[in-house]
Each structure stands twice: as structure tokens, then as C-alpha cells.
Design a protein around this ligand. Sequence first.
Ligand code: PLP
Length: 406
Amino acid sequence: MKNQLAIDGGKRAVSDEVKKNLQPWPPVYQETAEKLKAIYMSGKWSFNGPYEQEFSLKFAKYCGARHGVFMVNGTVTLESALHALGVKAGDEVIVPGNTWLATAMAAVYLGAIPVFVDVEPDTLCLDPEKVRKAITSKTKAIIPVHLFGSMADMDKFMKISKEFNIPVIEDCAHAQGGIWDGKGLGSIGHVGSFSFQQSKTLSSGEGGICLTNSDELADKLFRIKHIGYSAGQKQGMAASGPQEGMICHNYRGLEFNAAILLDAMKHLNAQTVLRDKNAMYFTELIKDVPGITVQSRGRKADRQGYYNFVLLLQPSKLKSGITIKEVQAALGAEGMGCGIGGYGPVYKHLLWSVPKSKFKIHSNDVVEDVCTNRQLGMSHTWLLTNKRLMKAMAAAVEKVMSAYCK
Ligand SMILES: Cc1ncc(COP(=O)(O)O)c(C=O)c1O
């Protein structure tokens, strides 16, 4: 029977042959391997070396920001951003309920209180209207996350920022190469924070960067990550120190990582364009399939830097007894593996160890519903392939949903 589900013994919609272009991530390049060897042999591995300087400048420029401050990961970039913006113990920082722990932990590390606010049902990014209602006299920063590559509504967040005089940090860990209304993500808020961890679409295993257009913030960020030195100062030759009370760290990234990123950046644009094109094609193919929608693109996305592609189930349309787990298993059997739920809700995550008195939760109805019952995510690597695979994936979704919907 043509439409028999693979989970019931039918033929798989997504064969190994059609998946042959699906490559492991991150990609590796011979020219980078040679560069890494040369860096190793040079003995110049850290302390704002030439690769770090070149990458910081190039990446900032690519995103349309004046400054880039390279660091060891995308968690300390968020913490440093809050720190540079003056967030202190007891202050409140608004974050979405569905993000990786780091967005909220950045506040916790400074003794500040993360305040979890709900997300929009279409983009799954922080909801500006709900943020307005959560602002108090203690709110000292807002961190919208461009979740899985979709985009928080930066127009609304920058309006709120002006109105309440609260800075905005864009968490762009998932959104390398995204463009909102002509502007690179990470260059719109007061600081943009990126992660270059293993799975990210620009990756060096570990790494992170803060972008900013403010000279003052750039100096503070650099000092915070480099134990108080400013960017122009040589090790052991400080001409000036950080302001009193700004406790600085060693969050320095390595030359090896900066070199990997510089080479990876050569491919970023083409990879982002391909992912975006395939995502739009796949979305179009499944637009009439019953019982399923997709995470919306950023409302003003000129180009979206996909990290995950997210399918959203409509449980009310499913036959009785069918849940997200059955749909996931059936898609997996068709050859299309996807994960349920992403990260959130952060405050329920197994690794969330923060005592109840040290964070606040506003209503997170959308987060709870989406993460538990509705969200099926696929890695961005699926989008780095071709139309043929998109067609096979669409056939799998159609087959499963037609069988499982009322
Ligand atoms: C949304 C988000 N923010 C921040 C981070 C932290 O980045 P890193 O793992 O480089 O510390 C991650 C990492 O996965 C993330 O997904």
C-alpha cells in the first residue's frame, strides 16, 4: 500500500539515497587544519592575537556593528553584556521561558533575577506585549532570543527600550547571518551576543562574541573579558585600568578558535542563503498538510539564519490517542528524525538548579504548551541539502499527518 506508514511496515518516504547530501556538522576544511598547525608552531595562542583581531572586526562588519569582542563562549558573552550594561545583584533581567539555560544563567551569575516571560505563538520569540507588563522599577535589561533563527520583534523591543530606558541584549546564538529589515541581527540592540559552540551554524567548537555600536560598551566588554586590559594594551603593560567596582575576568578566546571561525565565515553567507531557500521551499510544500504549521520566520526577516527548522503540531486536529510522541516516532520511521520540545521551559529543565527565591516566572502558557505538546525540531543541516530532500521530507510529513489527523 503506497500510503502505508513506515512505522506500520510501509516504504520510507525519506530514503538513505535521498539523504546522501546530509552531512555531519561542523564541516572541516584542509586549509584550516594547516593554519591550526602553523598557529601551534608559532606559540602565539592567545591575548588578542592577529586571528582574534581579524575575526572580531570581520564578524562585526558582516553583521553591521562597529565593534566585536571575542570570548571563550556564548554564555560569558551574555554575562559580560549584562555586566557592561551595569546590571547588579538584585536587578531584574527579562528573558524568554524557552531558551537555553545560558540566557537566564547570565543574570544569575551576577546575582540578578531572571524574569521568565512568555513567547509569541508564531515566532516562539519573546512577546513584547507581555514584556511590557513584566517591567518593574528593578528591570535593568531585556534579552530577546532569536530562537532557532526566527527573530524577536526588534522594532517593538527597541521602542520599549527607549520608552522605559532599559537596554536590550540580542541573544543571537541561533541566528548567525540573519537580517532584520536591512540590519544584521546582533547590531540592533545595545549588545548582540553570539555563540560559536559545536552545533552552531558558525562554529569553532567553543567561542562567542559580543557586538556593539558603542565605543564605551566595547571598551567595558573588552576589559571584562581580559582581566581589565583595554584592547590596545599589551600584556603586562596596562596604561589604564577598569573603573572601580567593575570586576573583570579571564574570558579570553583562543587564536585557534578565531582562525577556525575566519575560515568558516567564508562559507557562512552561501550556507545561510541555501538554508533559507530550502526552508521556504519546504514550508511552501507542507502549507496545506493538516494538523501542522511551522515556526514563523522573523516578521521583518530579509534573510533568516536557521539553526533549527521547527514544525508545530495542532493537537486538536489529531485522532484520539495520537500525541506528539507518536508523530515523532512515525516521522523517525519515515527517515526524518526530529526532537520534541527544544529546551524549555528553562525553569523546569533538569539542569536548572537556581533556588525559587532567585528567579521569577510570569505566565508562560505558550512556552509550556509548545514545548510539551507541539514542537518538533530538526537540525539546520537538513536545510543544507537540496530540493529533492525537501520534497521527500514534505512527503513524509504529509503521509504521517494524513494518517494521524481526524
Ligand atoms: C540561545 C542560546 N544562548 C546562549 C547559548 C550559550 O552559548 P555557549 O554554549 O557558547 O556558552 C546557547 C548555547 O547553546 C544558546 O542556545
